[in-house]
Design a protein around this ligand. Structure first.
Ligand SMILES: Nc1ncnc2c1ncn2[C@@H]1O[C@H](COP(=O)(O)OP(=O)(O)O)[C@@H](O)[C@H]1O
Ligand SMILES: [Mg+2]
Length: 366
């Protein structure tokens, strides 16, 4: 296949499909263009094809159809050791009989780099991950987080321009994981490397990435920056998968410009933004984020449709209040409000009216 390059593309997947058994496609039609220096996360449930995509990019699996290009050159034409790709996995497998420094020196030896240059690079990368004092230790003498830092250093030591990470923090406890998320992002930004990061943890994806590709069933369901993904999900899968979300089901009654009028299954009418509904009569799932629901009438448009709700449960969470309501037959309707001095603590049994801005309420596929 002739090499072609989209403008600004460093990593490019074009119409990529993958089947392991010649029958079922586990990657169905992957199209992705990444500029140099981007931190992109592939996020999705287990089995959605994330690791397969990473393995094809690394060259450990071949695409059944389509083309993968690195800096304009088809991956198939580059031998793996010349791809300049560093990799970090959850099971990072440092060599147990080697010291930390030897573990880091090894990939450089394989690349026939001389001793003094090796030492220099190892020192530099150890400092980068704040492990300068640990070069002489063996992996067994390090904590899990320290071992993970060395695994990261090993992927960075030969100055790869592209680093692939597959659930690298999965084995760490919450606090360390959050710390390492921050570290990895900082190091990647400082070095200007391009990162493809795989995780099933949405918080991790949202906090680390320039863009997130949400995978389901071998396809990218949406590719967007974190705020766009959270605030403007393009379909029901993404709305449910990212963050907490309230769903109300109904039928589109009319669409006028930017507003859809939806009749909920219990008969009430609400205003929404039509996202992937196109005509009256279509069934829809309406999606509203818990923090965008308003029960203080003075903050709503005078002509906004409101809904009756009954307070079922009030949960004090410190920084926020989380209140569960019954709304249009849905007993798991959650609202979140900031714990401000003048904020009302809604008591179970109270009848209230809720509303929202039409643009915060998205009519999606049913
Ligand atoms: N080496 C393999 N041989 C056959 N099937 C595989 C292989 N690796 C993965 N699969 C299948 O491909 C699908 C996608 O897997 P994978 O890419 O590992 O997903 P993820 O990383 O999103 O969990 C799954 O159904 C999985 O069982
Ligand atoms: Mg995987």
């Amino acid at each position: 296949m002739a090499d072609t390059q989209s403008p600004g593309a460093f990593v490019e997947f074009e119409r990529v499909q993958k089947s392991y058994d010649g029958e079922n496609l586990v990657v169905k039609d992957l199209n992705l263009i990444m500029p140099k220096g981007e931190f992109l996360t592939m996020l999705g449930p287990s089995g959605s094809g994330k690791t397969t995509c990473l393995m094809m990019l690394a060259g450990f699996e071949t695409a059944t159809h389509g083309d993968i290009r690195l800096d304009g050159v088809s991956i198939n034409n580059i031998p793996p050791h010349k791809r300049g790709i560093g990799m970090v996995f959850q099971n990072y497998a440092l060599f147990p009989h080697m010291t930390v420094a030897e573990n880091l020196s090894f990939p450089l030896e394989v690349r026939k780099i001389g001793k003094s240059e090796r030492e220099q690079k190892v020192k530099r990368v150890l400092d980068m991950v704040q492990m300068g004092e640990f070069g002489g230790r063996r992996p067994a003498q390090l904590s899990g987080g320290q071992q993970q830092r060395i695994a990261l250093a090993r992927a960075l030591v030969f100055e790869a321009e592209l680093v692939l990470m597959d659930e690298p923090l999965g084995a760490l406890d919450k606090q360390l994981r959050e710390h390492m998320q921050f570290e990895i992002k900082r190091i990647a930004d400082n070095l200007g490397i391009t990162v493809v990061y795989v995780t099933h943890d949405q918080t991790e994806a949202l906090t680390m990435s320039d863009r997130v590709a949400v995978f389901d069933d071998g396809r990218i369901q949406q590719l967007a920056p974190p705020d766009k993904l959270y605030e403007a999900p393009e379909n029901s899968f993404v709305a449910q998968f990212i963050g907490e979300n309230n769903t109300l089901e109904g039928v589109v009654k009319e669409i006028k410009g930017d507003t859809a009028l939806v009749r909920l299954d219990d008969g009430e009418l609400i205003d929404c933004k039509p996202v992937n509904v196109t005509q009256p009569g279509e069934r829809t799932r309406v999606s509203i984020r818990p923090e965008r629901v308003e029960y203080n009438k003075s903050r709503l448009h005078a002509d906004a449709h409101t809904l009756k709700a009954e307070v079922l449960e009030f949960i004090y969470m410190g920084d926020i209040f989380r209140t569960r309501l019954r709304v249009a037959g849905n007993e798991d309707f959650i609202i979140k409000t900031r714990n401000a001095p003048d904020q009302v603590r809604l008591q179970p049994g109270t009848q209230i009216e809720i509303g929202w801005l039409p643009e915060d309420c998205r009519a999606l596929d049913a």
